[in-house]
Design a protein around this ligand. Structure first.
Ligand SMILES: Nc1ncnc2c1ncn2[C@@H]1O[C@H](COP(=O)(O)OP(=O)(O)OP(=O)(O)O)[C@@H](O)[C@H]1O
Length: 383
């Protein structure tokens, strides 16, 4: 008999967590909300606390303080007012998947996928039926009797996805799950994960170093910086208006810093930027401002041309600079200036040749309003 076995999510609901976790001298301090069926991307530099966050949610790292709720279940709670709660890892119904499939080598694909339902008390036949259904869902319906060694890396990761989801997780934690598979497989796997997360309505956290993961999968992005949330918003907002060097590099944008001097005027790198139309958040007067732009959007002119540019309403900012370095990039030529080493312009090779750009040249640099976006940097939570 191989009928359909109903898998019901008993308590699919949102993840609502406020966690403080200590690890040696490091402290993670973050609030995270993920709606059912939502994928929250988490990015951050090495050591920013991404794994610590996943560990706290999975129940492998204790909270110093805070509370984690999943639907109507409290998974962890540590505060002075109420009794502490810490649901053991196995009872949390938290699915975890990283870049290694970690299939049991002595079991075939079907038995690997059946492992979760069996561990949850399903009979052999019911678990086997669930496993076959999941193998079909992940596109390996005909490979149930194959052992890991007979499967490609991408196929093994498919089995691992099936195994994770067959255990009926109420929260899914993904730690760079596509990093070790080839590009073609990663496209298919992203599609598979996205559609299953939406179908099952499971809140999902995706830690990644790959912008494509965010673009293809994430609904929102959280940027961790030294244990605190540096930025949180839609993928378009965070990648389009990053507030930190890490997020800017991740998004392929350059940062410029400045200060809002009065209403509507922001000084960036000493250049007044008025009538800022930029997307993102504009800072309050006196507050720090972080602008960002695509280096390829910078217009390079001769110094004499800048005054003409200034009269052009579409120009948001312009500077005079001295070229300090000219170097090859993936898509053209990158240029930095002595005055602002972090300010980067990128132009096609042909234009660099045509304009004879060389170290020591004085150049005008300008940005159109639509190419400059602003973000308000968060004050650090730790002194
Ligand atoms: N076992 C440990 N004991 C003490 N400190 C630790 C331990 N593990 C990690 N840390 C510290 O906790 C901080 C956060 O580490 P975590 O692994 O969460 O960062 P991450 O963002 O996941 O980094 P990566 O991208 O390198 O995996 C780091 O500064 C690290 O030094």
């Amino acid at each position: 008999m191989s009928g359909h076995v109903e898998q019901t999510s008993l308590d699919t609901g949102a993840l609502d967590a406020r966690v403080t976790v200590g690890r040696g001298t490091f402290t993670l301090d973050a609030e995270v909300y993920v709606a059912p069926g939502e994928i929250l991307g988490v990015i951050g530099a090495n050591g920013a606390g991404k794994s610590t966050l996943l560990g706290a949610l999975a129940g492998t790292l204790p909270l110093r303080s805070g509370q984690i709720t999943l639907g109507d279940r409290v998974l962890s709670r540590t505060d002075a007012a109420t009794p502490a709660v810490s649901v053991p890892r196995a009872a949390r119904r938290v699915g975890y998947l990283d870049q290694r499939a970690r299939l049991f080598p002595h079991l075939d694909a079907a038995a690997n996928v059946a492992f979760g339902p069996r561990a949850q008390g399903r009979g052999r036949r019911a678990a086997d039926t669930i496993a076959r259904e999941w193998l079909a869902r992940v596109g390996l319906g005909d490979r149930g009797s194959a052992r890991a060694e007979a499967l490609s890396g991408g196929q093994q990761q498919r089995v691992a996805i099936g195994r994770t989801l067959a255990a009926d997780p109420a929260l899914l934690l993904l730690d760079e799950p596509f990093a070790a598979v080839d590009v073609a497989s990663s496209v298919d796997l992203r599609h598979l994960v996205a559609s299953e997360v939406r179908r099952l309505g499971v809140p999902t956290i995706l830690v990644t170093h790959d912008p494509v993961d965010l673009i293809a999968l994430a609904d929102r992005v959280l940027v961790l910086e030294d244990g605190v949330i540096g930025q949180l918003g839609s993928v378009a907002d965070v990648l389009g208006a990053p507030s930190s060097p890490f997020a800017a590099e991740f998004a392929g944008r350059a940062l410029i810093r400045g200060r809002a001097s009065d209403h509507g005027t922001i000084h960036l790198n000493g250049a007044p930027v008025s009538e800022v139309s930029g997307t993102g958040q504009l800072p309050r007067p006196g507050a720090a401002a972080v602008g960002s732009f695509d280096p390829a959007a910078v217009r390079l002119t001769s110094p004499a041309a800048t005054s003409t540019a200034a009269s052009n309403a579409a120009i948001a900012a312009e500077w005079l600079g001295t070229v300090s370095a000219v170097f090859a990039s993936r898509t053209g030529v990158r240029i930095t200036c002595t005055e602002w080493p972090e300010f980067v312009a990128e132009i096609p090779v042909s234009r660099a040749v045509h304009q004879h750009i060389a170290v020591g040249d004085r150049v005008g640099l300008s940005l159109a309003q639509s190419d400059l976006t602003f973000a308000v940097p968060r004050a650090p939570a730790h002194p």
